[in-house]
Design a protein around this ligand. Sequence first.
Ligand code: SAM
Length: 257
Amino acid sequence: MSSNTHLNPAVFYDLLSAEYDSMTDYEKRFVKDQDTFKAFIERFDIVSAVDAGTGTGFHALLLARLGVDVTAVDISGEMLRKCEENATTLGVRVKTLQSDFAHIPALVTQSFDAVLCLGNSLAHILTNEALSDSLAAFRKILKKDGILILQILNYDKILRERHRVQQIRRAGSKTFIRFYDYCGDRLFFNILSVHEDSPTPAHTIQTVELHPYTADELKPFLRNAGFGEIRIYGDLRFTEYSGDYSRDIVIIARSNS
Ligand SMILES: C[S@@+](CC[C@H](N)C(=O)[O-])C[C@H]1O[C@@H](n2cnc3c(N)ncnc32)[C@H](O)[C@@H]1O
């Protein structure tokens, strides 16, 4: 593992918030995903939704632009602040709520047609107990027959291939290198940011632990939390899931009660 100590997700994302949108190519993502989310809204009749682990609000703002009443939730106050700035820039309205997944029911009064937990946010939940509490919380705030949409990376593939470098991305004078440390059965995710705007390049490195969930591992937790009709796909366009080839695991589950 890198010599840095790993951070809890709230601190990791607070520190990353200023650079997150350039690192993930926010504007390109908007154009790419608009039609996908339009199809989601129509297919599942979504009028209200929670975006859990919203980050800088990418999916929340996409849904709000399409007319959905969205509550954007995140544990990182700085990511939520960026989400609010992005909402102002785009001229859309979202409610923001700083909370971890498990405590959302205590902080909202309405129930929702959909809960989204996208962009690998669930991988930050490290223990069985926290996973059970998070999924139970998602179920609790859904209407009867409401849907949960989860998206994590395909860890079946990642753990088999064990590639260390996941992505290198340049944005202006900065380069972001995302890479893993595989430590026994633990997985650490690092972001090395190299800043080349001075004669001697400077760098920062941040590390957070992830839990590499597989689809099979998540299914019993979803059932115990009160979800049925659990379907697994390889992406948000409902492509068939392949442990060998899919980039993502997308799980769509319906609340039983
Ligand atoms: C990889 S980012 C994804 C952000 C956004 N969904 C996207 O796709 O761009 C993960 C987000 O989940 C949030 N997060 C991690 N653990 C959380 C928890 N237990 N409760 C609420 N938010 C959490 C982090 O603060 C971070 O903003």
